[in-house]
Design a protein around this ligand. Structure first.
Ligand SMILES: NC(=O)c1ccc[n+]([C@@H]2O[C@H](COP(=O)([O-])OP(=O)(O)OC[C@H]3O[C@@H](n4cnc5c(N)ncnc54)[C@H](OP(=O)(O)O)[C@@H]3O)[C@@H](O)[C@H]2O)c1
Length: 252
């Protein structure tokens, strides 16, 4: 995207607008007064027709499956990896630059995986496929801390444990923590786990995503592989990722 002066405004599509990530993207666009010309809120047919507020305006959510991306310059995607795998290339083919928050394109060698504070230069490769990938949330906050240490002293090995909030598993996961917690306090009933492998209320679950053949979970291997791609392939890293019963805020 070439800058055409400070008055340039962009047509922006937020894909997965009704989700945790999408709602936060809308908050940040509004808070930063991002130069939006038109904004399109997209989700599945389940939410199409509902309304959301953006910058004091009420906007109707549209169905991604029926949306035409030509005329949209920036697509901010968080509809889940499977949906992004299908629609991000379609949007890019229509000339929209996609910033994808899901895991699907992160390890694609042709797609830049960017944390602005760490490897902003990589963004230039967006022209390969019209897609820029955003790392896993635990990787992002870790590499921001590691970058100045790596510059100063060359990190050889990282041992990291994470304590990840339920927000990272989506809006339904937040509802699950709420319902289970309320049930423990206010009823004799229990709410069975759906989004997590065990009850999350008053519990810690040392498993995020599925286990792989090497004994690590997929979430743990994301931290390994993404850190190598963003910061330095020579860094050796081992991660233990744990889901904790708080709504927001990952620590590690
Ligand atoms: N990079 C990061 O830092 C980061 C952090 C957290 C999450 N993520 C990733 O971002 C994605 C979304 O996470 P989330 O927490 O926002 O999940 P979420 O709260 O469950 O929201 C999912 C969103 O995707 C939409 N969606 C689902 N299926 C769709 C379809 N077939 N077509 C169009 N839209 C569809 C949902 O719309 P409906 O309302 O219609 O269901 C909703 O807007 C996940 O892939 C997650 O791994 C990335």
């Amino acid at each position: 995207m070439s800058s055409q002066g400070s008055s340039k405004r962009y047509n922006v599509a937020v894909v997965g607008a009704t989700g945790n990530v999408g709602r936060e993207i809308l908050n940040i666009l509004e808070e930063r007064n991002f130069p939006v010309n038109e904004i399109f809120l997209l989700a599945s047919s389940r939410s199409a027709g509902t309304t959301m507020n953006f910058a004091g305006r009420e906007l109707v959510v549209r169905d991604l499956a029926e949306f035409d991306f030509s005329g949209v310059q920036i697509g901010l995607f968080s509809p889940g990896a499977k949906v992004s795998s299908q629609y991000a290339p379609k949007a890019a083919a229509a000339g929209c630059v996609v910033v994808d928050n899901t895991s699907f394109f992160r390890m694609d060698p042709e797609v830049p995986l960017v944390v602005p504070e760490v490897n902003p230069q990589a963004i230039a490769q967006y022209t390969n496929k019209g897609i820029i990938a955003n790392p896993n949330c635990s990787t992002i906050q870790m590499v921001v801390a590691l970058k100045p240490l790596h510059d100063a002293a060359t990190i050889r090995r990282v041992v990291v444990s994470t304590y990840q909030a339920v927000s990272g598993a989506g809006k339904e996961a937040m509802d699950e923590l709420f319902e289970q917690t309320r049930a423990v306090y206010a009823t004799t009933l229990r709410v069975p786990p759906k989004k997590f492998p065990k009850e999350i209320a008053f519990n810690l679950i040392p498993q995020i995503d599925v286990f792989l053949e090497n004994g690590y979970t997929k979430e743990e291997m994301k931290m390994v592989n993404e850190t190598k791609k963003i910061l330095d392939p020579a860094i050796r890293l081992t991660a233990t990722t744990v889901r904790v019963p708080v709504f927001n805020g990952h620590s590690e």
